[in-house]
Ligand binder design. Structure first.
Ligand SMILES: *[C@@H]1O[C@H](CO)[C@@H](O)[C@H](O)[C@H]1NC(C)=O
Ligand SMILES: *[C@@H]1O[C@H](CO)[C@@H](O)[C@H](O)[C@H]1NC(C)=O
Ligand SMILES: *[C@@H]1O[C@H](CO)[C@@H](O)[C@H](O)[C@H]1NC(C)=O
Ligand SMILES: *[C@@H]1O[C@H](CO)[C@@H](O)[C@H](O)[C@H]1NC(C)=O
Length: 178
């Protein structure tokens, strides 16, 4: 847990005062086509404001026993793992949110989604208009370190079998460039 906190603080320190976060790409894939389907896209309101919409339909009734692998990647001749890599039981977390890193991750989209309750999920899963601003607000109090291209790779499991993955690509730039 301490290592994780340490990593989170390190990550926070990358996410600069007046950081500008922009989504550069988004991939969502239902690995198990019999399980459901998933659609997502980035929309640009204007040059600086973009948001993400995501909808997952589940064909097989209530989803329970869900876990997720979260991996932060940084671009350096291809996307490479960068400090944070963890697996988490999502249902356990929703019942009792303890892990500070997972909490921060969850808080970035909680208010824009219908995933704000405990398992099981017996409805379509929706993330609606997740703006980059949501991410910027959460990381605004740290000193500047590193601009660059990053990605969050997330793999979603039910009953220990991978069903889908969602990769969110974003670029981090500091106030100097703006
Ligand atoms: C972009 O759109 C957002 C949301 O409508 C608005 O707050 C912002 O001022 C706009 N930025 C520019 C440069 O037009
Ligand atoms: C979840 O979000 C919806 C829509 O914002 C809201 O109506 C509902 O009360 C929230 N539920 C919980 C448990 O926070
Ligand atoms: C992230 O930002 C949102 C919206 O500004 C806020 O409600 C939430 O508490 C923040 N979470 C953390 C961990 O700072
Ligand atoms: C989740 O599913 C796996 C594989 O079927 C099973 O071994 C495990 O006991 C389940 N966990 C819970 C909490 O139901």
């Amino acid at each position: 847990m301490e290592t994780l906190l340490y990593k989170w603080i390190l990550l926070g320190s990358l996410m600069i005062c007046h950081a500008h976060v922009t989504f550069t790409n988004l991939k969502c894939v239902m690995v198990d086509k019999s399980f459901g389907d998933i659609k997502c896209h980035i929309k640009a309101v204007n040059r600086t404001h973009k948001y993400i919409d995501l909808t997952a339909r589940l064909f097989k009734g209530p989803a329970d026993n869900i876990s997720v692998n979260l991996k932060l990647m940084r671009y350096n001749h291809g996307y490479k793992p960068f400090f944070i890599e963890l697996s988490y039981d999502a249902c356990k977390f929703l019942k009792n949110p303890k892990n500070p890193f997972v909490t921060s991750f969850y808080n970035t989209f909680r208010k824009n989604s219908n995933l704000n309750h405990t398992c099981p999920f017996d409805h379509d899963l929706i993330v609606d208009k997740l703006y980059t601003g949501n991410l910027e607000n959460n990381f605004s109090n740290f000193p500047s370190l590193m601009n660059g291209d990053y990605a969050f790779f997330t793999e979603w499991f039910m009953n220990k079998i991978q069903r889908s993955y969602v990769n969110i690509y974003f670029r981090l730039t500091g106030s100097k460039e703006n």
